[in-house]
Design a protein around this ligand. Structure first.
Ligand code: KIV
Length: 285
């Protein structure tokens, strides 16, 4: 068991001052959280991407606060020291500052999170401020924001044109001024990400498909291990094909049950001869 110290906001900023990149992964269940904790991953995001990776929806929109809380609790049981971030699902913060504070509070009180994340730029700065004023650390999320995928015209790079890039930079400043401890940049061009990182005064800038010049990197766990059957985004690197290993194992299991090579004696339990004879006698009585 890895006995590392709890990762705190201070620890994350220390890494930035020492120029040590921060590691961040999504996670949605207890066993994966256990492995991520063992591997010393700094931050874990229980993303609303669980709607697609775990629940099989076509988008993140149907995910509820109750779905998020249940999965986040499981992740916390597996990873007690990683910096745990709960992702605010669709319509848990958009309606009002009050809804944002209440639902962020649920992540902290019911799932022992260290922070929350929500999507959106300057228009969400009041939600971030309200949450931070309530004593809850908050991360922003700019660029490709999956909850607005319809308005953005699909899963595509954001900020390629100068005006759009300037808007993302202004949004990043608005979130930082509202008190966000960090901002995730998803599918933003690398030089725009670099500028935002260089301009950040007191804010952790993380990259998902936005290049190497942020303070750290995020990947979707299922993309890293071939566990999402529908597609693999270009920005993801496959670090091992667990999906293929699992599929081959399942095919082999079905074959061995059919040809009766499974189970073998080491896979089941026996009764002593004398106990079995006594049982037969009892049945004959
Ligand atoms: O839900 C999620 O996993 C996310 C990532 C796409 C960043 O928000």
């Amino acid at each position: 068991m890895n006995e590392r110290k709890k990762v705190t906001v201070t620890e994350l900023f220390n890494k930035i001052s020492k120029n040590e990149p921060i590691t961040w992964l999504t996670c949605y269940d207890y066993p994966t959280a256990y492995f991520q904790e063992e591997a010393g991953i700094d931050m874990i995001l229980v993303g609303d991407s669980l709607g697609m990776t775990m629940l099989g929806y076509d988008s993140t929109l149907p995910v509820t606060m109750d779905d998020m809380i249940r999965h986040t609790q499981a992740v916390r049981r597996g990873a007690s020291n990683a910096f745990l971030i709960g992702d605010m699902p669709y319509m848990s913060y958009q309606p009002s500052v009050e809804s944002a504070i209440r639902n962020a509070g649920r992540f902290m009180a019911e799932a022992s999170c260290d922070a929350i994340k929500l999507e959106g730029g300057a228009e969400m700065a009041d939600r971030i401020k309200g949450i931070v004023d309530a004593g809850i650390p908050a991360f922003g999320h700019l660029g490709l924001t999956p909850q607005s995928v319809s308005a953005l015209g699909g899963f595509r790079v954001q900020g390629r044109g100068a005006l759009q890039a300037k808007k993302i930079m202004d949004d990043a400043k608005a979130l930082e001024h509202a008190g966000a401890i960090g901002i995730l940049l998803e599918m933003v061009p690398n030089r725009v990400c670099k500028l935002i990182t260089e301009n950040a005064e007191n804010c952790i800038i993380m990259s998902l498909g936005s290049g190497p010049d942020a303070h750290g990197q995020l990947l979707i766990y299922h993309d890293m291990f071939g566990l999402y059957p529908k597609f693999k985004p270009r920005m993801a690197k496959v670090f091992g094909n667990a999906g293929e290993i699992i599929l081959n194992g399942l095919i082999q299991y079905a074959a061995e049950v059919k040809d009766k090579t499974f189970p073998q004696p080491e896979n089941y339990f026996k009764i002593k001869d004398e106990d079995f004879e006594e049982l037969i006698n009892l049945l004959d009585e």
